[in-house]
Design a protein. Structure first.
Length: 268
């Protein structure tokens, strides 16, 4: 499956990493590069992409690139990825990751809010996978990894649109897993728990504002629900993604994997 005898190595593989200018996406990109992959960073902020590009470790045989595109327009994404693959060769690893829908109660959301979320997460993901799957089939090696949320298992209060869209991504991924497994392509979904990112900061600030609490109080209440007793680090998600991307995970597919310090395991 790979030129390296190390089953955790990504040497000779090419990873396309969405939302890679910060947080979990950046951590996954760095983890893939550390494991030996050539990484293409995808985002809509040219300065942010350039910054992370400079942070990626490089060894002989690795070529890192950037692709600036907005996931909110799946048609543009489909065209951009098609052109990129034709120019730079096959993508073996897709890390599908992008910002979540705006917070708020489901009942207060307009139908178009759900449509925008579905386009951002499901339609764009489908466009990327369709562009990359032929190369994966030819190589007999492919890894599609989605970053969603533990709301796939238990909805999170105040994230109505996100809860619906994240669940749609998880079931889309499981459908793909069954269809693509015969070609050596795995499809898995990581469900991060409370992880120290800008997105979590915004969620905690929103909760504090609505409840009249402080952000510190909201954070302490969240940590109290986590058996590990702390928030997660993006690097911890990145290491799990690197494992799922590796040959070592070749028989693992169709899984929704919580990385949450045991929080969902303890929920009734």
């Amino acid at each position: 499956m790979t030129s390296s005898p190390n089953p955790f190595s990504l040497e000779g593989r090419h990873a396309l990493v969405g939302g890679s200018t910060q947080g979990i996406g950046r951590a996954c990109a760095i983890a893939f590069a550390e494991a030996g992959a050539s990484v293409t960073l995808v985002g809509r902020n040219d300065a942010g992409l350039a910054k992370v590009l400079g942070e990626l470790p490089r060894a002989a045989g690795q070529t890192h690139r950037t692709l600036m595109v907005d996931y909110a327009d799946w048609r543009s994404v489909a065209k951009a990825v098609d052109v990129f693959v034709a120019a730079h060769g096959p993508v073996h690893i897709v890390l599908h990751n992008t910002g979540g829908p705006a917070p708020g109660a489901a009942i207060d959301a307009a139908p178009e809010d759900f449509a925008k979320g579905f386009e951002l997460h499901v339609l764009t993901g489908q466009a990327i996978v369709r562009a990359c799957a032929p190369g994966m089939r030819e190589a007999k090696y492919g890894r599609i990894i989605n970053i969603t949320s533990t709301s796939v298992i238990t909805p999170i209060r105040g994230l109505g649109v996100s809860n619906a869209v994240r669940a749609a991504v998880a079931n889309w991924a499981r459908s793909l897993a069954g269809e693509l497994a015969p070609f050596g392509i795995t499809v898995n979904t990581i469900l991060p728990g409370f992880t120290k990112t800008a997105r979590l900061d915004a969620i905690f600030k929103g909760r504090a504002s609505r409840s009249g609490s402080t952000v510190d109080e909201v954070e302490r209440a969240a940590i109290a629900t986590i058996p590990a007793g702390r928030l997660g680090d993006p690097e911890e998600i990145g290491r799990v993604a690197a494992f799922l991307a590796s040959p070592a995970a070749s028989y693992l597919t169709g899984v929704n994997l919580p990385v949450d310090g045991g929080r969902t395991a303890m929920q009734s």
